[in-house]
Design a protein around this ligand. Sequence first.
Ligand code: ADE
Ligand code: ZN
Length: 341
Amino acid sequence: MTVLEHLIADMPKAELHLHIEGSLEPELMFALAQRNKVTIPFASVEDVRAAYSFSRLQDFLDIYYAGADVLRTEEDFRDLALAYFDRAAADNVVHAEIFFDPQAHTDRGIPFSVVAEGLLAGMKDAEAKHGLTSRLILCFLRHLDEDAAFATLAAAEPWLDRIEGVGLDSSEMGHPPAKFANVFARAGEMGLRRVAHAGEEGPPAYVHEALDLLKVDRLDHGNRSLEDQALVTRLARESMTLTVCPLSNLKLCVIDDMRAHPIPTMLRQGLRATINSDDPAYFGGYVNDNYRALATAGLVDADDLILLARNSFLGSFLDDAAVATHLAALDAAAHHYQPSR
Ligand code: ADE
Ligand code: ZN
């Protein structure tokens, strides 16, 4: 291993952009299909992996929703979550704020309670097994309408004390944040945190809407913000956290080469960028693979890697005391790697 690879492995970190349904590995997909007697359109695990070639976000989403069909019972959601947390813990993730897409399940007849209870049980397991803490973020599917989002928020009511916030994901183009301004306002009144995918494929105007109309606490992706200098200045001034996903960007053709990834520009412009895996089972790697991809492409040095891990705690929804504890542990782990200190 190189020095930077050792550093990446040794740094405690938080993961802030992870779709739990996107952590469904082909092996588990097959096991659940068998357990639930569900037929899937693939003959083997290799067959599934071979299908993971995408030229845009929608190509991926079609396969992602099809794969989620094997998830039927509370036990399935619990197994899914724990499988992710096992992988995350191996990457020294000490805290994760995970997305779930309830409408991808309720629309095919799986009750909200099955999804929520299963995931919450997996989160509890992870804390007992690895000491890994986590929070749950309920995402509205933006290709559906705002009434459906309101219905989902209503279905979530009994669990809202265990749900940290709401997010917005799925097909970005043609589904601007403005479409969900009312439901996000309601979520804010209910004391929920707000995040949204914006500027992954969509224009800088969508990022403006996420800030001004959805009043987000954090921005998911945000890559295309760089096309608007006034927006970049604002994001930096407001210390807005961006949850950036390098391998996802490459797989979904947001960039055509890792060497062209915007992370160095983001850091240079003073943006609070973080590194995340998005949908690791589909994009070829978990969080440390994402940090390593940047290092291998020559885009980051030790100081940058430490700053990115630091930002992951600063951008989390943990309280100040927990953030301080994690930052002290990060400093202790990273100390030897900083040639500048
Ligand atoms: N759902 C799962 N992953 C997503 C992504 N990267 N963008 C939008 N919606 C998603
Ligand atoms: Zn995402």
